[in-house]
Design a protein around this ligand. Structure first.
Ligand SMILES: NC(=O)C1=CN([C@@H]2O[C@H](COP(=O)(O)OP(=O)(O)OC[C@H]3O[C@@H](n4cnc5c(N)ncnc54)[C@H](O)[C@@H]3O)[C@@H](O)[C@H]2O)C=CC1
Ligand SMILES: N[C@@H](CC=O)C(=O)O
Ligand code: NA
Length: 430
């Protein structure tokens, strides 16, 4: 039976995502009411610039005082789509204190303060949902938290940043310049307010922290995630990748150690074979593989950024939270009981593609191979190309630890015959 008294929603932020949330709430009002069992009413919209015309949002709902809105006491659900750490963090905790549940898309905040926010939600008996925070529209948080709660997840690997995938795709497929592609991604509403969060890998690292935390039932914060951005990836790297039958993607990889006693989380550009499904993820799409004991490999794929796709995830959470509210329950809270340590990058084992500039003379190849052997790094393939007394040497290794690879590269740099290390890139997905 439909309850007639509406559930009241406060929207904090009305930018790319917030404006789409408001639009869908209005245009789908009847369907949402039917699915929830009560109407949902947009009770207030906190913005920074009140004079801006916002189609479909009555001006009397607009306020610049977000704090007063979350303190009203009659708000059932606060939707936080402002982004950043403050004032979002204080607004969310204030919302819990004043009786509201919260839906947020804020990965930066959740990766930094997720534990405290979950604790605040639990203390006040409220929900904290954030499906939109990772991989936009793709259902990933709830499948990990709920559908896979009976399985043991060992690995999460994928493309979780739409902006950088858009840029890398453009650079690879059209030869577009980095800045041109970034400007386009920003205009399309994919990039963060400060796009360095995207290109330097902070956004993907925040998502990796959230995914690892849920997948491994342990606390993983942004600072625990090894991070390299994509700004250093060059056209030469793409050419090298193509020679190997690969392309380059910015990947987030969260893994349980083989002995099960620790986990790692990392974000960096990597070569992946063109035959791998991640290689064909185009534009701002995301794709994430989850590997679990019983399920085997699962792939989640879809739009990872943009106003409407992200709003879809926010609305899904809104419906879930409203249903919980009506039935007087809350969804699952934080699960961090395994408390596994997060190991550093040195422990990670993978393959490497190393491009060296060397002297083109007898014995150099043997010298280089000896350095690899001395560090216990086994070589898979070597390709040498001469150019005017100098040569370029491309070495692809078998699986080795990042620590062993680091030691190898340090020793290679000390060889007189090695003029420089042109690039080092990890090779994944084989
Ligand atoms: N754009 C996207 O594709 C996605 C964004 N997200 C996340 O969603 C959140 C919002 O992102 P966007 O909508 O893209 O950003 P945006 O910058 O377009 O919108 C944020 C809005 O919040 C407003 N704002 C800032 N401080 C405020 C305050 N104190 N009170 C009221 N309003 C305030 C800004 O004026 C702006 O209009 C962020 O946490 C972002 O990381 C998550 C997934 C995808
Ligand atoms: N800036 C982010 C937005 C979605 O999370 C991205 O590009 O993926
Ligand atoms: Na999602």
């Amino acid at each position: 039976m439909m309850r007639t008294r509406p559930l009241k929603v406060a929207l904090l932020g009305c930018g790319v995502v917030g404006s789409e949330v408001a639009r869908i709430m209005t245009t789908h009002a009847d369907d949402l009411a039917a699915r929830i069992g009560a109407p949902v009413e947009l009770a207030g919209v906190a913005v920074r610039r009140p004079s801006k015309l916002r189609e479909g949002i009555p001006q009397d709902l607009v306020t610049t005082d977000a704090t007063a809105l979350v303190k009203r006491g009659d708000i059932d659900v606060v939707v936080e789509v402002i982004g950043g750490i403050e004032p979002a963090r204080t607004l969310i905790t204030t919302a819990f204190e004043h009786g509201a549940s919260v839906v947020s898309a804020n990965k930066a905040l959740l990766a930094q303060d997720g534990a405290a926010l979950h604790a605040a939600a639990g203390q006040h008996g409220k929900d904290l949902y954030y499906e939109a925070a990772v991989a936009g529209a793709i259902p990933l948080i709830r499948p990990l938290r709920e559908s896979l709660a009976g399985d043991k997840v060992n690995r999460v690997l994928g493309i979780v940043n739409g902006t950088t995938n858009f840029i890398l795709d453009k650079m690879d497929s059209t030869g577009a310049g980095y800045q041109e592609a970034l400007d386009e991604a920003t205009a399309l509403g994919y990039a963060e307010a400060d796009p360095t969060a995207d290109v330097e890998g902070f956004d993907a690292a925040a998502k990796a922290a959230i995914l690892a935390g849920i997948a491994f039932h342990t606390r993983v914060r942004l600072d625990d995630v090894y991070r390299e951005g994509m700004a250093e990836v060059t056209a030469a790297d793409f050419a090298s990748a193509r020679n190997m039958g690969c392309t380059i993607k910015l990947l987030a990889i969260c893994e349980r150690a083989e002995d099960g006693q620790s986990v790692t989380a990392r974000v960096h550009p990597a070569m992946i074979p063109l035959s791998h499904p991640l290689a064909s993820v185009r534009g701002a799409y995301n794709a994430v593989f989850v590997e679990s004991d019983a399920s085997g490999q699962l792939m989640f794929y879809g739009p990872g950024a943009g106003g409407a796709p992200t709003a879809s995830a926010v609305l899904g959470d809104l419906v879930a939270v409203c249903r919980n509210r009506l039935s007087g329950t809350t969804g699952p809270g934080e699960s961090a009981y395994t408390a596994l340590p997060v190991s550093g990058m040195g422990e990670v084992v993978t393959r490497y593609h190393i491009s060296l500039d060397v002297a083109d003379k007898p014995g150099v190849l043997a010298q280089v191979a000896t350095v690899f052997a001395e560090h216990g790094v086994s070589i898979d393939t070597v390709r040498q190309q001469g150019k005017d007394g100098e040569a370029s040497l491309v070495v692809v290794t078998h699986r080795a630890s990042d620590a062993a690879l680091g030691g190898t590269v340090e020793a290679l740099r000390k060889l007189d015959t090695v003029r420089g290390v042109a690039s080092i890139m990890r090779v994944e997905g084989e």
